[in-house]
Design a protein around this ligand. Sequence first.
Ligand code: SF4
Length: 225
Amino acid sequence: MLDPATKGAVDPTRYFENVTTDDDVPEQDPVCLYLETTNRCNLLCTTCPRTYEELEPPADMSWELFTSIVDQVPRLQRAVLHGVGEPMLVKHLPRMVRYLKDRGTYVLFNTNGTVLNEKNGRALIAAGLDELRVSFDAANAESYRAIRGKNYFNRILKNVRAFRVAHRFARNDRGIAGFRPRCRRDRRQGSALAAARVFQGERHRHGAPGSGTLRAALRRGGRLY
Ligand code: SF4
């Protein structure tokens, strides 16, 4: 609860520093955590607040902080490992995934896909990641660069394709979902992998898409397979 005496004097970007009491005790333990494992990123998306302003010094969540948070949530069912930042820049990310999987938690995160190289992809698969969402809100290299600030369109296509192959081999072709174009126009625009979600457990044909990107891609005629 915010101290009423500070009303009007609170910096909205640092509101948490003004919390003075912890008397709002929930009836049940939490079952879902959103952990911003880093606030660093290697892109400069025009849609992202961090492109325009540095609200905090760049930092990754330490292993000690991560485990201390997770250990306080014994009923944890689902953990989301992204906030504003690129989680795959975090050195310990596969270890974090493994730590959560060992507790029976469903683990997912969004990535921009830029560092989803073969080695990093395999490490995540081996760690047991349940769901990977690749944000890819552009249909060609030019629009990608205009929206995301860097020229990584082809690199990400290559990374996602390689990841899907690695996943298929690792999981015996169980539960892969991805975006596939249905018409030539989609293919021409290079949107074969405009959005991809990869599941290790079950196939989610009609689950709620994880991003506006995927919903838009599906509306344009793509399908999950
Ligand atoms: S990839 Fe994500 S965190 Fe990075 S600049 Fe873009 S929107 Fe922001």
